[in-house]
Design a protein around this ligand. Structure first.
Ligand code: C5P
Length: 410
């Protein structure tokens, strides 16, 4: 319910603005008072008269409304309300929000507000898919803005099908209600209700009670993905090898040492909607771990260590009939033939995406804070610029959320 809640409804320019009239009724039915701001574009599609008749309130349209501005109206509008709802939100309005542009009343209110913001985007599918919009949506997610939709469907104006259709007024009113009822998930966080299993860090393969074989993985990338997925509302199980970084907040962490333990923990943690295998799992282990510390025997010859292959966790899950999640993401840290190696892993391990990165020592990626990755999938290769590992994690989480949404609508 929205009893006694004050909602600022920003209507921006798009054909979906006609649905905002119904949205006003849905919000008021739930007890909210609705104060509408219409952009210039919105007024091309619906009239302030119609909006005002439905809200039964003054409709705000201009930044310099003489009457309202006597007490700095846009600042008050931004502060005196419980929620700012943008429906429809155009690609242009979201781009302005990303850059803090405040050149009309709607954008000025958004910039001046510290209240929750719920965005219901509506645009042509090609605009929604455009890399510029993708970047903007990622940034707005990272800024803590909430989204509802867009849905898959036919566009009103062109009949084109794809993702871009504004969520229905009922869905938007429901999301607003949940958001204000303190249900943090509110179904508006991109991974609400999803379970994601992530592996991270190296494994340690014991030689004897005091020695082990390890690698240089720090766990920074896998842990950052776990943190970003939790922030996005997912239930996260992180299976971590031995690392020296802290457990991320709000995540169930299972600590393991070896590849065999990691596989065990992963199969126990499944099923999940998504698995991201970011751990640098050792390919081999010593066949039989010595029960005592191996001593020099005086012969001058080093001991012969017999190695056996470890289970491949990603491939095991990829080929598993019942445990394989709908979306399986692997990593490929390579020092040569990055793309070819990633492609062959995609196939061999039956993953949906491989996040490929060049870990040659000169890149400083292993153990460092930055990462340059390419997402290799059957759809092609997406090359991301150099980003810090948290940013890679946030982008990956947005991509995951979109893939799951597209999947559930198919
Ligand atoms: O073959 P390679 O080790 O480069 O493959 C990397 C991908 O496979 C990563 O996603 C890693 O987590 C996963 N992997 C695994 N189990 C192994 C080896 C690799 O899950 N034993």
């Amino acid at each position: 319910m929205l009893t006694n809640k004050r909602v600022v409804l920003i209507i921006s320019g798009g054909i979906a603005a006609y649905k905002s009239l119904d949205l006003i009724r849905r919000l008021r039915e739930r007890g909210a008072s609705v104060h509408a701001i219409m952009t210039r574009g919105a007024r091309e599609f619906v009239t302030p008269l119609a909006v005002g008749a439905l809200t039964a309130q003054k409709v705000y349209t201009d930044l310099f409304d003489r009457e309202a501005e006597q007490d700095v109206g846009h600042i008050r509008l931004a502060r005196d309300y419980d929620l700012i709802l943008i429906a429809p939100a155009t690609a242009d309005l979201m781009a302005k929000m990303v850059h803090g542009i405040a050149d009309d009343l709607a954008t000025a209110v958004l910039l001046a507000s510290d209240k929750p913001v719920l965005i219901a985007p509506a645009m042509n599918p090609k605009m929604w898919d455009n890399p510029a919009t993708r970047r903007n949506v990622e940034t707005l997610h990272a800024d803590g803005k909430h989204f509802i939709g867009p849905n898959r469907g036919e566009m009103a104006e062109s009949g084109e099908a794809g993702v871009g259709r504004m969520a229905e007024p009922l869905e938007i009113a429901e999301a607003a209600s949940k958001l204000l009822s303190g249900d943090a998930d509110a179904g508006t966080r991109p991974l609400s209700g999803r379970h994601i299993v992530i592996t991270s860090g190296p494994t340690h393969e014991p030689i004897d009670p005091v020695r082990y074989i390890a690698n240089r993985s720090s766990g920074k990338q896998g842990h950052a993905i776990a943190a970003a997925a939790a922030e996005a509302g997912a239930r996260v199980t992180l299976i971590s090898g031995p690392v020296s970084i802290p457990d991320p907040q709000g995540v169930d962490v299972i600590h393991v040492e070896t590849a065999v333990q990691m596989l065990d923990a992963v199969t126990s943690a499944l099923p999940a909607d998504v698995a991201v295998m970011a751990a640098a799992v050792a390919d081999w282990r010593v066949a039989s771990e010595g029960s005592q510390k191996i001593k020099k025997d005086g012969s001058g010859k080093p001991p012969a260590l017999e190695m056996v292959e470890n289970p491949d966790i990603l491939a095991t899950i990829g080929h598993h009939e019942s445990l394989r999640p709908a979306l399986l993401v692997g990593f490929a840290a390579e020092t040569q033939n990055l793309i070819d190696n990633a492609r062959s892993k995609l196939e061999r391990k039956k993953a949906d995406w491989i996040v490929a990165n060049d870990v040659s020592p000169e890149t400083g990626i292993m153990g460092g804070d930055a990462n340059t990755v390419r997402i290799v999938s059957s759809d092609g290769i997406d090359a991301w610029p150099a980003l810090n590992k948290s940013e890679v994690a946030r982008r990956l989480v947005v991509r995951i959320a979109e893939a799951l949404q597209a999947d559930s609508q198919n």
